[in-house]
Design a protein around this ligand. Sequence first.
Ligand code: FAD
Length: 497
Amino acid sequence: MKQIKRVLIVGGGTAGWMAAALLGKLFEGLYEIVLIESEAIGTVGVGEATIPAIKKYNELLGLDENEFVRKTQGSFKLGIDFVDWWRKGERYIHGFGVIGQDLGWLRMHHYWLKARPRGDVADFAAYSINTAAALANKFMRADPKMAESPIGHIAHAFQFDAGLYAKFLRGYAEERGIRRREGKVGSVQLREDGFVDSVTMEDGETIAADLFVDCSGFRGLIIEQAMQTGYETWTQWLPCDRAMAVPCARTEPFTPYTRSTARTAGWQWRIPLQHRTGNGHVYSSAYISDEDAEAMLLANLDGEQLAEPNRLRFVTGKRRQTWNKNCVAIGLASGFLEPLESTSIHLIQSAIIRMVRLLPDTAFDPATIAEYNRQTDFEYERIRDFIILHYKATERDDTEFWRYCRDMEVPATLQRKIDLFAANGRVFREDDELFTEESWIQVFLGQGIVPRGYDPLADIKSDAQVAQYLGNIETVIRKCVGVMPTHAEFIAKTCAA
Ligand SMILES: Cc1cc2nc3c(=O)[nH]c(=O)nc-3n(C[C@H](O)[C@H](O)[C@H](O)COP(=O)(O)OP(=O)(O)OC[C@H]3O[C@@H](n4cnc5c(N)ncnc54)[C@H](O)[C@@H]3O)c2cc1C
């Protein structure tokens, strides 16, 4: 067994620096780690909203959360507000964390479904501490000492400035011995067996390594341009292929959530940060022109436009193998799923952790590589299904784009989930898939998939008992939200930039 000694990360976007920071923390002194990035090429410069799992990455680095939020002009995120997705004029929040409280064997929504026809239930939003707090623009962190109260179960993520985040991680990584090499990679040399031998910089220096981490963005400099690994496209289910991002001045109220508003051929995001609001329009070029997409985005900013739009093109899908021989592709080099549920940074984080868990020696055992690819494919495909659900479960028929989405066939793995929920409100989280039952339930109900029935076990409780149980949850949540500070107050007190 011969251990790897040198790791070369190509790319200094969010993916490259997240990889460098964690590898630096874990292997300081053990490996020589070099990161190449090119200021002339730059980064995509977007990627501002996250999901709660990022707290795990921050913990692994040992970050102080307040410092992290301060340095990235960050804000807190309790969920995503989906506007006009099911029908125009309808909205719902996909809140993180738990919904209500289980009773007996069952999740709360079965009792809600049972009581709903009688009309004595509140809107589903009233039973989630995250959603109720979001709607009131309130925020506080979960208090672990209050496990019996909804306050003990608030689940949060962050919204931050992607440029500041990469800068923050770069400082962290460099303090842990990562060597940064500025410049453009001009060519990649492969060995006869197809393994990567080295890269040569445009200035002539050749840099060899044992393990190559390709974080070079959409181009996939090593994994695709040199190794020709292949790419699986999913555009038949997710037809958006372009985006435009533009910042605007921050406006009130300072919401603790991301907003996603469905437009005529895609959707627009709104991400409130401390110093500005991030906005973007993700759209399908087959159904709307760039000019119309830009006009739509700019007409729907809620503050003064602060810069010219950043225009991006992408192909939704994934590399056929994200780990090929001695190259692991992470970030946009590995594939792309639109940011509807803010999952890209999570995919970066989980790829890095998976790579560490399956760290190879110089033999690059094929079983290890196969296991990495199996886990990655599963994670990607299940997130893909969850995103497709938002498009498929719509009653919108006002444009050709929405009619296509409504009528398209979806992957069998998703159709199975839709059918199961539509019958009796059941959903099961499979293996380590990212989204929880609560996430699926909220999107199903929010997008008009109301089950025909509920779990028969809910009938063990009488109507009166169910009404009391639901009423208690709603009352407790309302009281908890009442004592929480506003999002703006919380930030001013703990982590103002
Ligand atoms: C429109 C849009 C919105 C998004 N929103 C979100 C979001 O809200 N939440 C989320 O989690 N994710 C989001 N993402 C995804 C997120 O932006 C990316 O996952 C993240 O920025 C990682 O990018 P990256 O580091 O892989 O690539 P990049 O940022 O493109 O970095 C590539 C790096 O490689 C370097 N490089 C390339 N070629 C060479 C070369 N020849 N020589 C030397 N260096 C080279 C570049 O200089 C750069 O440093 C969004 C993506 C898009 C397109």
